[in-house]
Design a protein around this ligand. Structure first.
Ligand code: ATP
Ligand code: MG
Length: 226
């Protein structure tokens, strides 16, 4: 389905800099085109239902046990609501959407790392998204140890680790490997970014790569310059 808007997703393991880079890109886009609607979203979440599911998935897990299959369906429920309530209408209005995680997180985390049946995961993703695929997906790739170091620094400052931040190293290795496989399988949609650099250098890489895509993607050019 071709809509007037443009849908960019950010993927990568915990602490790779998704939130940081979304903020940079938002600032850049707002400055470049102050009148264009930009919508920031995060998964799970972004709707009233999704935020309740987010809390359940991130913080209730210590007292409430959540089987891998239940986890898959909870993420899917949040996504299904987000697509219908927010993403589809925003794309129809012509907005640029920056989304912190989307369907590829499910493929990497519930599919590869939790080792659920990949056909089932693809089918659930299909139901949740209604077939909507991002126009561009930025993968912030880095060594697992770097992400862990950043998370522990961040946790020292403010947050307690959520369920997904307490998995063994092999879990994150599986996530990273799957993301790289997905990116290699669909090079037109994915952009792999070296997230180990300084945040400003990562932001610069993202803009350079988006500009390169602009030259081959007329929709992005017209959305960004309208
Ligand atoms: N390129 C970078 N170099 C060093 N530190 C960084 C970089 N990018 C982000 N950070 C820091 O690392 C921590 C994690 O960054 P951020 O919250 O943006 O990651 P995230 O991918 O959104 O994580 P999560 O998956 O947990 O939401 C933050 O404390 C942030 O300030
Ligand atoms: Mg974040």
């Amino acid at each position: 389905m071709l809509t007037p808007g443009f849908f960019i997703t950010f993927e990568g393991s915990e602490g790779c800099g998704k939130s940081t880079q979304i903020a940079y890109l938002e600032k850049y886009l707002r400055k470049k085109n102050p009148n264009h609607e930009i919508v920031l979203l995060r998964e799970p979440g972004g709707t009233a239902l999704g935020e309740k599911i987010r809390y359940l998935l991130k913080h209730e897990g210590e007292e409430v046990s959540i089987a891998a299959e239940a986890e898959l369906l909870l993420f899917a429920a949040s996504r299904a609501q987000l697509v219908r309530e927010v993403i589809q209408p925003a794309l129809k209005r012509g907005a640029i959407l920056l989304c912190d995680r989307f369907l590829d997180s499910t493929t990497a985390y519930q599919g590869a790392a939790r080792a659920l049946n990949s056909d089932h995961v693809a089918m659930i993703n299909q139901i949740a998204t209604g077939g909507l695929i991002p126009d561009i997906t930025l993968l912030l790739d880095q060594e697992i140890s770097l992400g862990r170091a950043r998370m522990s620094e961040r946790n020292k400052k403010m947050e307690t680790p959520d369920r997904m931040e307490q998995e063994p190293e092999a879990f994150y290795e599986a996530v990273r490997k799957e993301y790289l496989n997905l990116a290699a399988a669909e090079p037109d949609r994915w952009i792999v970014i070296d997230a180990s650099q300084h945040p400003e250098q990562v932001a610069e890489q993202i803009l350079n790569e988006l500009n390169k895509k602009c030259s081959v993607n007329n929709r992005l050019v017209s959305t960004l310059s309208s």
